[in-house]
Ligand binder design. Sequence first.
Ligand code: HEC
Length: 186
Amino acid sequence: MNFKTCAILLAVITLAGIAAPTTNHALANEMTVIARQSDMKSMAEAAKLIDAMFKGNTSYDSELFRDAAETIYKRSGSALTVHFEGNSVIFGSQASSTIMTERAEFNSLANDLGVYANSLSSAAESHPDSLTQDMRMKAGEVIGLGPFGKKIDPATAVLSMPAEHAFHMLLQTCASCHAQFRLKTN
Ligand code: HEC
């Protein structure tokens, strides 16, 4: 090998060494955004189905109801937060930089989502045939976590909530996270 070929080879190897990690990094970022947005879309579909059953627009089917709740459950908690680790601000993403500064709050909302989804899944299991009255919110029941100003753990509160109430809390968790951590784009 003459000197010129050797120098070119060296240059190619060096360039590849620099360029490859950059490209892989960009690709990994792109995959992360695709994965988390697609998980979000699946959760939106699932929530729509449960909503339609509560509204009576779709007839109640406990298996479909449970599958939808599980779809959300599987994408909640650490399955959700893992998509936003490190620098969550990526081109093509609506994730806000506040995720990095308020990670505890972000993670806690992701966990709450799992608490409500899991409770809906159990409700479907214990109501195989029909969406009975005990799954419904009672007249005058206020959506929320107990008396105003009191901080109640969702995992405890959900135990005494009818499924419909848990579903409203689940939707509120989606909305609350979006309000704090998702950029608005029109
Ligand atoms: C812990 C925070 C958090 C929770 C909880 C959450 N989301 Fe999101 N969601 C986000 C963030 C952040 C984005 C922006 C992601 C991006 O663009 O990279 C997003 C984006 C979305 C999108 C847009 C996806 C796209 O294609 O751009 C939909 C739809 C969505 N969420 C639905 C839901 C639904 C439905 C729920 C509840 C069942 C939910 N989300 C719960 C944080 C959350």
